[in-house]
Design a protein around this ligand. Structure first.
Ligand code: DON
Length: 599
């Protein structure tokens, strides 16, 4: 029985919200009222406790990796040192996404106010050609997804070296060593077991992958000790020789030999010439908060900026959270922003882009002007109709770190699909990415995330494929560090990062509620709102359908992977309060952990 019999549940929330939030601007129609906030049947509770600290924080998808980062902070390392150690640790304990055979992006805001963005995205091999994934009839094959040809030239080791060279304080070897220790033997958790078990069939198709991940013929058992000795030796070479331990010498020889065995095209020249690139971060404001995010070759920052600038024109805080009006506006902003993303954005070393205009308030106002409040705009009216979509697949991982000084690092890293190309480099023990699928392998045709991308993102030798990864740092209106976040999820990364920020800024949610809240998604094509399983009440779905939206529930179960069936993303968020208190929450969708160095 409700305490106010004449009010609906939403009405009660409204009254509580007013009482709790009147003194604070932008609280919105949201209050941390336990289970009431989220729809009946939603898997995660509202009102959960965050991990709290004043001495720094590491939040990642895996407790082993977060503990490694916390230990680096305890040893006096800064957030960049911790990031390097966490990245290598994830390559061991989160093999579906953590990597040395992939790439990623790092955004950092140092306590002196400097903000930087590091692009260690993979590159197309020099022998890559525009049509390399088409068959004789011009149809797309699956070779951009599975097998040796799917791999781009890995960027992670060069990226970590560059980050450390520029901002690290502890010796490199000390930061790589914890990952070697993990590779020499780790007690298998439920998470590790489940992740590998889901991919047993795909991994068994490649003998080196089977040897690394299916010792004894299947996923390592929970509670057993799992050693990855080839990987440990590769990490030792990286510990001792830095990037030369990967891009030259024995590791490089093993990669090239693997390519020759499986018909891949990465050569010694590709490996020797790989370099990570510092980029100017994308910066924009959202309701007085400066947001710092990743520029191309990720689409994350510019698309996030356009979304935020469009939605700043509405007072979201006055709409019931996840009511039809709110979700409608999100979807309309997202469809427009993704249409532009897919058309314009690509590797800045190859393509000119109207970046300044795309992130300007003026352009957002033009895009906003075509939004109707009561009617969905068909995506075909936003830009010429293109082919519709296949199902989504995934895998990537994000981690967020703040140190005791207030340096902040956000890193999103990936081998693209779950276990990348499924190819392990024999003798070197690590998986190669299948990032080549992020190119428009056939412009105008959807990739595995259903993204229909254009000519700018066509394959060229040495080019970086466009990403959606969105490591993001926000400041409060006084310019103090406020929020560090990011997530995996392919094309949903950008909308998930926006929702997490907006949940806090517009609706006054705690960091835990902002992350635990159900998510919705739209990406222009396919023309549909995707919702998480149990994430949106039927009545809201019906209202959206009346406005002309198609609403689709994410598929449950494989191939979405362990902990992700029907769910979307794996946010690692740290909220920094003005008094220096840090509150963090690691998304329960994949079972990670936020760890404070003082615990
Ligand atoms: O760079 C990108 O946008 C994709 N390769 C990311 C893939 C991803 O997030 C899958 N993870 N869940």
């Amino acid at each position: 029985m409700l305490p106010f019999p004449l009010l609906t549940r939403a009405g009660v929330r409204f009254v509580i919200a007013l009482v709790l939030c009147l003194p604070a601007a932008g609280c919105g129609l949201y209050a941390p009222t336990g289970g009431e906030l989220f729809p009946d049947g939603w898997v995660f509770d509202a009102g959960q406790a965050p991990v709290v600290s004043r001495d720094g924080m590491v939040s990642s998808t895996d407790r082993y990796a977060s503990e490694v980062g916390a230990q680096v902070l305890r040893a006096g390392g800064n957030a960049v040192d911790a990031a390097v150690a966490v990245e290598f640790a994830l390559a061991v304990v989160n093999p579906e996404a953590g990597n040395i055979g992939g790439g990623g992006f790092l955004v950092a805001r140092m306590v002196d106010g400097a903000s930087v963005a590091l692009d260690f995205r993979e590159k197309a091999p020099l022998a890559a050609t525009r049509d390399m994934y088409l068959d004789a009839d011009g149809n797309l094959t699956d070779r951009s997804l599975v097998g040796h040809l799917a791999a781009g030239v890995p960027g992670t080791v060069a990226g970590m070296w560059e980050a450390h060279r520029s901002y690290g304080t502890l010796p490199w070897a000390d930061l790589v060593q914890p990952s070697i220790d993990l590779a020499l033997g780790v007690v298998v958790t439920e998470r590790i077991h489940g992740s590998i078990r889901n991919m047993e069939e795909a991994l068994s198709g490649f003998s080196a992958s089977a040897a690394a991940f299916l010792p004894g013929g299947g996923a390592p058992e929970r509670g057993s000790t799992w050693a990855q000795l080839d990987l440990a030796r590769t990490l030792e070479r990286i510990r001792d020789r830095g990037p030369d331990g990967f891009y030259l010498g024995e590791t490089a020889d093993l990669i090239v030999a693997e390519m020759e065995r499986g018909g891949g095209i990465i050569t010694h020249l590709d490996l020797e010439s790989y370099e990570a690139a510092w980029r100017e971060p994308v910066r924009f404001t959202y309701r007085g908060h400066e947001v710092i995010s990743m520029p191309p070759s990720s689409s994350g920052g510019p698309t996030l900026a356009l979304i935020a600038n469009i939605l700043e024109g509405y007072d979201l805080s006055n709409l019931p959270w996840h009511g039809a009006d709110h979700v409608h506006l999100l979807a309309e902003a997202w469809r427009r922003a993704f249409a532009d993303r897919n058309e314009y954005l690509a590797d800045p070393d190859f393509v000119d882009m109207p970046l300044a205009r795309m992130i300007s308030k003026e352009y957002a106002a033009e895009r906003r002007a075509s939004i109707a409040l009561e009617r969905a705009t068909p995506s075909a009216e936003i830009s010429p109709g293109m082919a519709p979509v296949p199902a989504e697949g995934e895998n990537t991982t994000h981690f967020s770190i703040v140190d005791a000084e207030g340096n902040a690092v956000a890193v999103t890293t990936t081998i693209n699909s779950w276990y990348g190309s499924k190819v392990t480099v024999a003798g070197a023990g690590f998986l190669l990415n299948n990032e080549m699928d992020d190119f428009a392998a056939k412009p105008g045709t959807p990739n595995q995330f259903g993204l229909v991308q254009g000519e700018n993102n066509a394959i060229e030798p040495g080019k970086r494929m466009l990403s959606a990864m969105t490591p993001t740092i926000a400041l409060d209106p006084e310019g103090r560090l406020f929020f560090v976040t990011g997530t995996p999820g392919g094309s949903t990364i950008i909308t998930t990062v926006f929702q997490t920020l907006s949940n806090v800024i517009d609706f006054g949610m705690s960091v835990t509620d902002a992350v635990a809240a159900p998510r919705v998604h739209h990406q222009h094509l396919p023309d549909q709102i995707t919702i998480e399983h149990g994430g949106l009440p039927d009545a809201v779905v019906r209202e959206l359908e009346v406005r002309g939206h198609t609403v689709v529930i994410r598929a449950v179960g494989p191939p979405d992977g362990y902990f992700t069936g029907g769910l979307s993303g794996d946010v690692q968020a740290i909220r920094i309060h003005a008094d220096g208190r840090l509150e963090a929450f690691s998304d329960q969708r994949r079972g990670g952990a936020a760890v404070s160095p003082s615990r």
